[in-house]
Design a protein around this ligand. Structure first.
Ligand code: GLN
Length: 542
């Protein structure tokens, strides 16, 4: 029997609902339950794929090629359960499905309305693609009280009624602000937020209250009384020093015990938290420190590189070192002399990106890493930059460029209009829609025997997730090889270069895919482990 836990948020946004949901799921997992996490986003975009990273942070890509909310990244990192297309829905997608059905005549002449047609479509989504999961946790994006989230709240209210209390639970995450002048944690915003939820017919079963300090007994009692929640179901969600402390900390506050109690599972086996305790231990007591420069474009909003930052920290956990990240806007390297900012770092990483702004700065960073023998990791755009740099500086192709920036004489990176996915031929045209039309999701890759990546992965075949429109042009392979680039990973048909590396350098690898999407604290991605290891070696030299 699958039980549903609905997580809503109140008072303000950015309370860490995604993390709280992921942590709760991981706690249920440590008690032996099978879990799945879903995100319901109230905005009108069909998916976040076309949104600017400044607006929405990172776009998280699933194996089955969906462009989803970054919270799905937290879900995977905390539970290890691979997300699917069916784990993220937006108002935009719900409406486009409902309207498509209406056009087909599926509603048999009925007037199509928010209730029941839109709410039915939401409920259908919540209940779809579930097999033997014990718990499905659904996080509702946005803040209670927003106009946009109303249909979602109405849908989960209906589900609560239909499935009954023994199969549904409503968890509401709020904020208890500390007011220094009063010397108190204030409960009023929480009371108002619960009132707002009640006005749409939802009585929360549990409150998770974000606070920067312990909640005194008096305040806890007050919240319980005014919000009609049992006192022990008022859980303090206290600030912690690392996000991987969240499961342990919430367990100490009784989160999973209360959830089990709600569902009558009080006899469930106690959680085994050793995995999380070990990770936190390693983060808190590292044996050294390395500095990595991330030379990108969206460096002022760190949410745009969420998975990347996490994967680098996972590499640190694997090597027992703290990883200090130096976020640098690549445009600074377009100024003479600025490259010296890279003098003292132990590794340079150029991440994924789009568009021409800042490109010459990225190429300058690649050149610096190559010439000065600083470990270099190029991801997606960062691989393309490494190839363009090699073509221009070493292969005698000064006009080498990517057609992403317009037509050029030497398209070493170009638009692919056809490729194979398994046995299927995929077509794209230059003028296609921007949404959902890149090479997306998991693709297989063959590794060259005796290459550095084959050694790092310990495998000859891998599968990694993609999100890009342009590809390194295989036509230039021989010329680039003469310039010292080794094509160590190719698509199974040998047409799409997936990995390049240099053997005249301590660590220089560019990958067309996004390995950061699959890294987990308890299972760091081998490329990140190896890159941080190389940075540790480098730190002993400088
Ligand atoms: N802009 C490049 C492309 O579309 C790289 C994309 C990326 O880094 N994710 O191919």
């Amino acid at each position: 029997m699958t039980r549903f836990i609905f997580i809503t948020g109140g008072v303000v946004s950015s309370l860490g609902k995604g993390l709280a949901s992921a942590a709760l799921a991981s706690l249920l997992q440590t008690r032996g339950f099978k879990v799945r996490l879903r995100k319901l986003d109230p905005y009108l975009n069909v998916d976040p794929g076309t949104m600017s990273p400044y607006q929405h942070g990172e776009v998280y890509v699933t194996d089955d090629g969906a462009e989803t909310d970054l919270d799905l990244g937290h879900y995977e990192r905390f539970t290890g359960v691979s997300s699917r297309r069916s784990d993220n829905i937006t108002t935009g997608r719900i409406y486009s499905n409902v309207i498509a059905r209406e056009r087909r005549g599926d509603y048999l002449g009925a007037t199509v309305q928010v209730i029941p047609h839109v709410t039915d479509a939401i409920k259908e989504f919540i209940k779809s693609d579930i097999t033997d999961e014990d718990f499905v946790l659904c996080e509702i994006g946005g803040t209670v009280g927003d106009i946009e989230s109303l249909p979602f709240l109405e849908a989960i209210r209906q589900l609560g009624n239909e499935l009954g209390r023994e199969r549904t639970m409503f968890v509401h995450l709020t904020l208890l602000p500390w007011i220094p002048a009063a010397g108190e944690l204030k409960t009023k915003p929480t009371q108002h937020s619960v009132k707002e939820l009640l006005s749409v017919g939802i009585q929360p079963d549990m409150l998770m209250c974000r606070a920067d300090r312990e909640i005194p007994v008096g305040e806890r009692r007050k919240i319980a009384l005014f919000c009609n929640v049992r006192e022990e179901a008022v859980i303090a969600a206290l600030d912690v020093d690392t996000i991987y402390q969240v499961p342990v900390s919430y367990h100490e506050q009784g989160l999973d015990q209360q959830v089990c109690k709600h569902f009558g599972l009080a006899a469930a086996p106690p959680p085994n938290l050793s995995r999380w305790q070990q990770i936190v231990e390693r983060i808190r007591y590292p044996e050294g420190e390395v500095t990595i420069a991330v030379v990108g474009k969206y460096t002022s909003l760190l949410d745009s590189y969420k998975s990347l930052a996490e994967a680098l920290h996972h590499g640190g956990i694997a090597n027992n070192v703290k990883v200090k990240l130096n976020w640098l806007d690549s445009q600074i390297f377009e100024t003479e002399g600025a490259i010296h900012a890279l003098e003292d770092v132990h590794g340079i990483l150029v991440p994924g990106g789009f568009g021409e702004r800042g490109v010459s700065g990225k190429i300058a960073a690649v050149k610096f890493a190559r010439e000065r023998k600083v470990p270099y990791f190029g991801i997606c755009f960062g691989m393309q930059m490494a190839v363009i740099e090699a073509a221009r500086s070493l292969a005698g192709l000064p006009k080498a460029n990517s057609t992403e920036f317009g037509p050029c004489d030497e398209p070493v990176v170009g638009l692919m209009t056809e490729w194979l996915r398994g046995n299927q031929l995929v077509h794209r045209a230059a003028g296609d829609d921007l949404g959902g039309t890149m090479r997306l999701g998991a693709y297989d890759c063959r590794l060259l025997a005796e290459s550095r990546v084959a050694e790092i992965y310990g495998q000859s075949h891998i599968s990694e997730r993609h999100r890009h429109r342009y590809e390194v042009n295989i036509e230039y392979k021989e010329r680039l090889e003469r310039a010292g680039l080794v094509f160590s990973g190719l698509s199974p048909d040998g047409i799409l270069p997936e990995i390049v590396e240099r053997h005249d350098h301590p660590w220089f690898i560019g990958v067309q895919f996004h390995p950061e999407l699959k890294s987990k604290p308890f299972d760091p991605h081998p490329l990140f482990t190896s890159f941080i290891h190389a940075a540790v070696q480098q730190s002993r030299l400088v």
